[in-house]
Design a protein around this ligand. Sequence first.
Ligand SMILES: C[S@@+](CC[C@H](N)C(=O)[O-])C[C@H]1O[C@@H](n2cnc3c(N)ncnc32)[C@H](O)[C@@H]1O
Ligand code: FES
Length: 450
Amino acid sequence: MEPFRFHLFVCTQQKPEGVTSCPASGSFAVLEALDREIQAGTLKGNAQLTTCGCMGLCDEGPVLVVYPEGVYYRRLKPSDVAEIVHSHLEHGKPVDRIVWKDAAAMKAMSAEHEEKYRAMVAARDRAGTLPDHLDQMIRAYWPSRCLLTALELDIFTAVGDGGNAQQIGTKVRASARGVSMLLDALVSLGLLSKSGGNYKNTPESARFFTQGSKDNHRNGLLHIANIWHNWSTLTDAVRRGAHVAADRGRDPETTRDFIAAMQRNSKDRAPLVVKALGTTGVKRVLDLGGGSGAYSIAWAKASPEVQCEILDVPEVVSLTTEYVRQAGVSGQVKVGAGDMLEGDLGSGYDLIMLNAICHMFSPEQNRAIFRRAHKALAPKGRLVVQDFILNPDKTGPQHAALFSLNMLVNTEAGASYSEPEYVEWIKASGFTEVSRIELPGPSALIVGVR
Ligand SMILES: C[S@@+](CC[C@H](N)C(=O)[O-])C[C@H]1O[C@@H](n2cnc3c(N)ncnc32)[C@H](O)[C@@H]1O
Ligand code: FES
């Protein structure tokens, strides 16, 4: 069978809690075990592992189908997987004790399931029941809020190598009652495990959410917890057409979380942006609102010829300077304090970058920045806007459309903008060629050449 010798389908159809399904019977653990076993053995590259939807065989799950033979396995456990890979895939002998051979029974079960399913859909429709996807959307913030509170309290660090609710509550200075409810909810979300009243971090939680781990993302993620408060004012902000949240100010901790969040977003992306733009002819770069300096750092690392200047607000400058120092490029990246909305931007730059900047400002403010950037660029110099760019009718992509509301509640006059808007503003500022560069991920580049 081309292009693979085997194609394996594992059912991972999610169903509402309490309804029999392959995931509820453990199909994700089977999937992981299969992946591990295939990657480790001789079948790597010859066996394609794919998840699939319900086949109506849910009572016998987890179900795996192996093609080209069309062999069905049922009631699988991760401990069966090594035998299937070794005996069936490597030596052509299906594992008889778990192969489901009764095709007639399978067909009958599948048909009965389909009939019941269709009857259930019709009954819910007649009764005017809210569809599951809407019900889920309306509650989608529950798990999110639960994790944000755990991060705010630094629960995962307090869990450490394990402890009971009382011990963890004492460490985070919160009530035993509240903490034990939160801990149990975190277990239900798969972020902790619990055994006999003792809670432990999962490997993922320990890696990404605890102090001392080199991959700890907590500070950057706290930015999302910080802006949550403003999102709670969305209804009034929509009524007013502008943000209504009291200015929570930028205390040093909030600023640290915000810049850590920028670093999280930008550090892996920046080298891709530099590669997409190319270093040819780039010697002087101005990075407006450089944040953690991720983009200037990427330019400096891409070419020893490039000198970058970052302009950011005074309260951010010391954080930026530290990120630049840690990256070992202080000789090529200078950090200055200032307001990009005011004053002269200088002259003779080959490239001016506005990464995740324009959405903070109004159309008029962006036009003014573009005009001043045009003046500050050398002939043939490039203005680069990176942002979440809306389709012309502004209804998508979804991230850009939702981000626009993020700006409604968090800024004076910011929004996501569409490509036609950017093109018009850039051309009106004197740039001749304007083009768009697609990148993987939620943002794209719009480049104007002077
Ligand atoms: C959304 S962050 C983007 C950071 C960085 N460009 C990136 O993509 O990772 C916006 C940055 O602009 C800075 N900023 C906001 N208003 C500014 C202004 N008027 N002048 C200079 N910098 C400003 C903020 O402090 C922050 O570092
Ligand atoms: S959920 Fe897997 S067969 Fe129905």
